[in-house]
Ligand binder design. Structure first.
Ligand code: PPS
Length: 297
């Protein structure tokens, strides 16, 4: 085990158009930018730690009539291609996986708008964007950073807040990410979801996704999907809880991938001073947009 552990090297961080990425993602970005989706493909986009996996599982179940066995056919990374996926998640490139899949395919990305392949817009692909309030996203990312041995070295909490605010974390600025997709959501027919809405009323949000996908499923199936995708059930489901990634890469003894799943966990992390400083900076960065984020429900 120790041999395996020592063979893992933390990646260098390289900027692409000003956005920091691990080097193993940068290597893929050229090929990814030229990816041409089928018009029937569905894109799921988010800033990391915003509820992507939850949304992915809901979508997969909607597309399979709420059938739990179908959704358990493979780990989520095999069912839905992560566009800029590192090779430790998939044993093949995402573009090769996509070639093996028959459209309509579901594709996940964390790329900010300016790096998302234009083919998705040219082909008018349906796109679901899932956003989560900044403070809870930051907290979730902080814990993920601690357990992800293939990411940059863990930071102190104070440094991590600073890096989040200045857009120095991998995949860049949360503020630019959420604003970028928000501003084009109408012209590009993007369904813009909020994690907090999903927590507040999962059934309502599952129905919104169903309608957006032009599906029509009876209420009992929607209820079943809501039940299958509760925090508790997803935490125990090996096809979505990332236990399929070895512990020397995602060390879930430090923090589980499906960790706490709450709105307002930031209150357990930010001091009053940190919170006030964060809010002041937030007001400046977000003042020209009115995205209805909620930090508690
Ligand atoms: S990733 O790595 O960017 O794809 O992570 P992502 O899936 O976007 O976000 C992980 C956080 O989503 C929480 N999660 C859920 N919350 C509520 N209900 C369900 N079913 C659910 N599934 C995943 C997960 O616990 C992470 O948030 P935190 O706050 O860390 O718990």
């Amino acid at each position: 085990m120790s041999d395996v552990q020592t063979s893992i090297r933390r990646p260098c961080i390289v900027k692409v158009k000003g956005i920091p990425f691990p080097e193993f993602i940068v290597e893929k970005l050229d090929a990814v930018s030229g990816f041409c989706p089928d018009p029937s493909d569905l894109l799921i986009v988010s800033f990391p730690k915003s509820g992507t996996t939850w949304t992915q599982e809901i979508v997969d179940l909607l597309l399979h009539n709420g059938d739990a066995e179908s959704a358990r056919r493979a780990p989520i990374v095999k069912r839905q291609a992560f566009l800029e996926s590192p090779s430790f998640l998939l044993k093949q490139s995402s573009l090769d996986l996509l070639k093996e899949m028959t459209p309509p395919r579901v594709i996940k990305t964390h790329l900010p708008l300016q790096l998302c392949p234009v083919g998705f817009w040219e082909n008018k692909c349906k796109t679901i964007y899932v956003a989560r309030n900044a403070k809870d996203t930051l907290v979730s990312f902080y814990h993920f950073r601690g357990m992800n041995k293939m990411g940059p070295e863990a930071d102190s909490w104070e440094n991590f807040i600073h890096k989040f605010m200045s857009g120095e974390l991998v995949w860049g600025s949360w503020y630019d990410h959420v604003k970028g997709y928000w501003e084009v959501r109408e012209e590009r027919n993007i369904l813009y979801l909020f994690y907090e809405d999903m927590k507040e009323n999962p059934t309502r949000e599952i129905k919104r996704i169903m309608n957006y996908l032009n599906l029509s499923l009876p209420d009992d199936i929607i209820s079943r999907i809501a039940e299958l995708t509760t925090f508790k059930n997803m935490k125990e489901n090996p096809m979505v809880n990332y236990s399929f990634i070895p512990n020397h890469i995602f060390d879930q003894s430090i923090s589980t991938f499906i960790r706490k799943g709450e709105v307002g966990d930031w209150k357990n992390h930010f001091t009053p001073e940190q919170s006030a400083k964060f809010d002041e900076d937030y007001e400046k960065k977000m003042k020209h947009v009115n995205i209805p984020f909620r930090t508690q429900i």
